[in-house]
Write a protein that binds this ligand. Structure first.
Ligand SMILES: [Zn+2]
Length: 442
């Protein structure tokens, strides 16, 4: 099964990469989990001084890279990794390159390239409107939304490391893993898989392999490093494994529907299998059936914030906005990371109730969501709608100006900013911001 997934990843072409674009997934559950994987390792590497951001790339092939402040990981890598330790190992290896100063100049360039992301639709199914938030009224309607990021870089070959750098990164990675009392077994498993699929697949090689050369001597070194660690047989904590499976189920449901979920989980009765099934049921068009499945999942696992979150999405689709708001509220309270993504959806649900008394709270929640997560483009649209519903047209225009500006759509941003400046009280913070946007680039 894992081999099949990997082979699929090996042979899949990547339209996103061919266009020099990175398609980004925003999802509270996956982002939080990956931060939990990365944070201790980066701390051990002395790399997380300014906070680290995890970017999930919507791409079925296996890839991961780090540009200093940001870790990019493909959905393909997440889905094909059977346990957290495999992804943690890849992060440790990338951190090794970073700490070693490998390809420093290229990393700097990458870090400057703006992750220009515009929310377009659902992972795997969304039509992405690059460079434009206006006209995209749908926004993110699911837990996972894709966006188009356009740092103009073809990642294939961008970070091609020398063999000596690979061994150096492996050694550093083993050190970070030991320092955090984790096994290097996952890192070994991942790279062994690559070396095996390379020989099986002949010429078809993956971008990760191209950029991280895998000579036989490197596998031998990895083996000795992993086995020398006192933590070689240390397993991931059970709670982390459970979250990893939930993540894989979600990605499977979004990328391949019911069939992909069934392929991934032999045990149909597991929580993750049922979670994937519920998501796939909704994405397949049967939200009413999905709601029943989610009700059962909430009963089975009442403190999982992301089941509540997805339930909120389904309720919104079913036009039960007040219930959706309650579900998002619950999700937000349970979510340790207090994700701005969930808060924004709470705001959307409050607005969708059509209840006048909820509009102020919708504005408030959306504003707070954007404060913690200013790159959530769909939330600007919703904030604009919420201001519009409250009769505050000046701030509605300003929210559109800000969203377009953040999306790199400066021309549109200035049009909205001009309208906002004409409506907001002079010298108010909003009017000042509108004028800032108007004078940018002049
Ligand atoms: Zn490498």
């Amino acid at each position: 099964m894992a081999a099949a997934t990997m082979m699929l990843a090996m042979t899949a072409t990547s339209p996103a990469l061919a266009q020099g674009r990175v398609s980004v997934v925003r999802d509270a559950e996956i982002e939080t989990l990956l931060l939990d994987y990365a944070t201790p390792v980066l701390k051990a590497a002395g790399l997380n001084r300014n906070g680290v951001e995890v970017i999930i790339v919507n791409d079925p092939s296996f890839n991961a890279f780090v540009d200093g402040r940001r870790i990019f990981i493909n959905t393909g890598a997440l889905m094909s990794s059977e346990v957290p330790n495999e992804i943690i190992g890849v992060i440790a290896h990338e951190a090794g390159h970073l700490a070693g100063g490998h390809q420093h100049r290229l990393r700097e360039q990458m870090a400057r390239a703006r992750t220009m992301a515009i929310v377009g639709g659902l992972l795997g199914a969304g039509a992405v409107v690059a460079g434009s938030v206006s006209g995209n009224s749908g926004g993110a309607s699911g837990g996972a939304a894709i966006a188009s990021a356009a740092p103009s870089m073809a990642m294939r070959g961008l970070l091609s490391y020398r063999r000596s750098e690979e061994m150096n990164a492996d050694q550093a990675a083993a050190k970070y893993l030991s320092a955090t009392r984790q096994s290097a077994k996952g890192m070994l498993t991942t790279f062994q898989r690559f070396s095996q699929s390379l020989s099986l697949a002949g010429v078809q090689v993956d971008q990760y392999q191209i950029s991280h050369p895998l000579p036989r001597e490197r596998i031998a070194l990895l083996e000795s490093l992993a086995e020398a660690s006192p933590y070689f047989d240390t397993a991931d904590p059970a709670s982390l494994i459970a979250r990893h499976q939930m993540m894989r189920a979600k990605i499977a449901a979004y990328s391949g529907g019911q069939a992909a979920v069934s392929r991934l989980f032999k045990d149909r009765g597991s929580l993750a299998a049922k979670y994937g099934d519920a998501i796939a049921t909704d994405l397949g068009g049967n939200s009413a059936a999905a709601l029943k499945k989610l009700d059962a999942l909430v009963a089975a696992s009442p403190s999982n914030p992301y089941i509540h979150e997805f339930r909120g999405e389904v309720l919104l689709k079913l036009h039960k906005a007040a219930d959706a708001a309650k579900a998002f509220d619950k999700a937000l309270k349970l979510d340790r990371s207090r994700s701005g993504l969930i808060r924004a959806r709470l705001g959307v649900a409050l607005l969708a109730t059509g209840d006048k008394h909820q509009i102020d709270r919708a504005v408030d929640e959306l504003g707070r969501a954007l404060q913690s997560d200013p790159d959530n483009y769909a939330a600007y649209l919703s904030l604009s709608q919420a201001y519009g519903a409250s009769g505050d047209i000046g701030n509605a225009e300003l929210a559109m100006a800000e969203g377009n500006y953040r999306a790199g759509n400066v021309k549109q941003a200035k049009i909205f900013a001009a309208r906002a400046a004409g409506k907001l009280p002079p010298k108010s913070p909003g009017a000042r911001r509108a004028n800032d946007i108007l004078t940018i680039g002049k």
